[in-house]
Design a protein around this ligand. Structure first.
Ligand code: AMP
Length: 116
């Protein structure tokens, strides 16, 4: 996967293409997935265009913690009181299609295991 960091998610952050943004702060933004795989499907991304989990460095440790706390906050805000799944697809074998780190929040139905 290329390390280029300009993606459709950068355009969403800059409001150049529409998205249903549900949360934003200085470091992160969350918006509804355009092809939802569950009744609730939200993506949490860092504003910094880190390409994927495998690109994260030690200096990013506070940001990574912030992203997980943002997941918790956004899931609570979405009313996912019975649980939810958090997914980070990483690289081509991981099924990643957008080269900007993102955490999927999936909820509102019973999840199954193993994932595909
Ligand atoms: P992944 O396959 O893990 O890289 O996930 C990328 C996700 O981005 C997919 O679930 C797509 O449906 C979602 N996606 C792609 N384009 C958009 C968009 N314009 N707005 C919202 N979600 C998008």
């Amino acid at each position: 996967m290329s390390e280029t960091t300009e993606t459709i998610f950068s355009k969403i952050m800059r409001r150049e293409i529409p998205a249903e943004i549900v949360y934003e702060d200085d470091l992160a933004i969350a918006f509804k997935d355009i092809h939802p795989q569950a009744p609730v499907h939200i993506l949490v991304i860092p504003k910094e265009p880190i390409p994927q989990l495998a690109s994260v460095e030690s200096k990013d440790h506070a940001l990574m913690g912030h992203l997980l706390l943002t997941v918790k906050r956004v899931a609570q805000q979405a009313g996912l009181n019975n649980g939810y799944r958090v997914v980070i697809n990483t690289g081509s074998n991981g099924g990643q299609t957008v080269n900007h780190l993102h955490l999927h929040i999936l909820g509102g139905r019973q999840m199954t295991w193993p994932p595909g």
